[in-house]
Write a protein that binds this ligand. Structure first.
Ligand code: SAH
Ligand code: SF4
Ligand code: F3S
Length: 471
């Protein structure tokens, strides 16, 4: 298939696998197998990347540990989306210096989106000298080569040059779950929303070949996975760099045709590219879960234009209407930013009224955080912090009320849920997910985990439903 974006040649991947073999042989000489710990911040894309990092570490002869205690290799896979996320990483990476003093052979790696920010790389170079290896998301597939360099020469390695990125196939993966799996269908972002760092750190949009994606899904279903989420920063751009008719709705329809009892989810959808064709396919496909995450960011058209979102308030509402005409009980979730530079409280009222008009099932709410290098960070931002926080609190209260009302409407209904685990906390019990991905608590035997079962909903809170097996 012809494409306009680059693919890493198979021989380059083979070379990386060769470095894995070499390190595995070195590690095999140790008295006990060395341990590696991968800590992940940020979005599902990063979770999926960490599964590749763990896959490569296993090939290099490391055992995966779930704690930093005693780890020979530590990998911190970071997120740059907001200031708070970065501060947490710097705090936690700083604290690793003590462990490294006790264990001087330990290798500390920092990768992911923060690594690709020049000011972060500089700060790590100067003030975090216990960090041995720093590499950005576009260099992920070269992790074996980079780790080997540190391992053999004990010098620091920084692989943080800006890069548009390429598709790397055939890397080993070690998945964290047995029921739920992530499948990246594309990488990068071309949208350049004015507040967002992602296009600068994740490179240009590039799609995986549909046949490779579909065979990965097929293999997951054969292995017993029941809940598969297709990932991309804007899945609706899928296939734009591939020749032929392949777009996201077409890919979804082909994934739906794979035999087996499983659910397909996807995220994220940019509203400007969410088409009626997509909604038609969602309505028609049995395995596509009845939920959509459709970030609106603001309910005010002037603010949306300043954000470079390329849709209006009315355009967004029309999309929601078109979707609900086809799938009336769709579970709708969204992201919203409060306090974008120059947003007035009056403009913020439009965000509140959009929330009331749409009645989302759940919202991911953020206070604007300036990101160095993005256009919004240069805009005047006169609103005091307290006013932004007050607006934020008002918005959260509105959504909490709506979430609770929406959850109450489930009471008495029977939902076909995937029983997916045991609950944490003193009460124990099982957890399950409705087809629309709402969390359900119920009691039952752990042997049920992994099954779809009818659950009668008997109670709820703002955050979750509770119920009992209905058979
Ligand atoms: N690609 C996805 C979003 C990825 S980031 C999309 O376009 O929908 C997840 C969310 O973080 C965004 O939807 C936005 O609401 C929020 N976000 C991104 N940059 C931000 C910033 N600088 N400050 C506050 N929130 C931000
Ligand atoms: Fe960021 Fe916008 Fe791209 Fe989403 S679509 S990752 S918000 S630039
Ligand atoms: Fe964060 Fe990078 Fe994801 S900035 S939200 S980990 S794409």
């Amino acid at each position: 298939m012809k494409r306009t974006t680059p693919v890493v040649p198979a021989e380059d991947i083979r070379r990386q696998m060769g470095y894995c073999d070499e390190l595995r042989a070195l590690n095999a000489r140790r008295p006990v197998p060395p341990l590696a710990w991968v800590d992940t911040y940020g979005c599902q894309q990063n979770e999926a990347d960490s599964e590749l990092l763990r896959g490569m570490l296993c090939e290099m002869g490391y055992q995966i540990s779930d704690t930093e205690q005693g780890a020979d290799v530590i990998v911190i896979n970071t997120c740059a989306i907001r200031e708070h996320a970065e501060q947490r990483v710097f705090g936690n990476v700083g604290a690793l210096v003590h462990g490294k003093r006790r264990h001087p052979d330990q290798i500390v790696c920092l990768c992911g989106c923060m690594a690709q920010e020049p000011h972060v790389a500089d700060r790590l170079r100067q003030s975090y000298r216990h960090v041995d290896l720093v590499f950005g998301p576009q260099a992920l597939w070269r992790f074996p080569e980079l780790l080997r360099r540190v391992y053999l020469r004990r010098g620091r390695v920084f692989e943080t040059e800006p890069s548009d990125g390429a598709i790397a196939e055939g890397l080993p993966v070690r998945r964290s779950g047995k029921l739920k799996a992530w499948v990246s269908i594309m990488y990068g972002c071309n949208n350049f929303c004015s507040y967002c760092i992602v296009p600068y750190v994740r490179g240009r949009e590039r799609s995986r070949e549909p046949e490779i994606v579909l065979s990965e899904i097929r293999a997951l279903v054969e292995q017993g996975y029941k809940d598969i989420t297709l990932l991309g920063q804007n899945v609706n751009s899928y296939g734009k760099d591939l020749e032929g008719e392949m777009d996201f709705p077409a890919l979804l329809e082909r994934a739906d045709a794979i035999p087996g009892d499983f659910l397909l989810r996807f995220m994220t959808s940019h509203p400007k590219d969410a088409t009626e064709k997509l909604f038609d396919v969602m309505a028609r496909c049995q395995k596509v879960a009845p939920c959509l995450h459709l970030p609106f960011q603001s309910g005010n058209t002037r603010v949306l234009a300043a954000m470079n979102r390329r849709y209006t308030r009315e355009g967004y509402l029309e999309k929601v209407h078109a979707l609900r005409q086809r799938i009336p009980d769709i579970v709708l979730t969204s992201d919203v930013i409060v306090g974008f530079p120059g947003e007035t409280t009056q403009e913020f009222e439009d965000t509140l009224s959009l929330i009331e008009a749409v009645r989302f099932d759940a919202l991911f709410t953020f206070i604007y955080s300036p990101r160095k290098g993005t256009p919004a960070a240069e805009l005047p931002d006169p609103m005091p912090k307290q006013e932004k926080s007050a607006n934020f609190e008002r918005m959260v209260a509105v959504q909490d009320r709506i979430s609770l009302e929406k959850h109450r409407a489930y009471i008495g209904s029977v939902q076909r849920c995937l029983i997916d685990g045991t609950a944490q906390g003193p009460d124990g019990g099982l957890t399950a997910r409705t087809p629309g991905n709402r969390l359900v608590h119920l009691s039952g035997a752990p042997a049920l985990i992994g099954q779809f079962a009818p659950v009668r909903i008997t109670g709820c809170s703002t955050w979750a439903l509770s119920g009992e097996l209905a058979r």
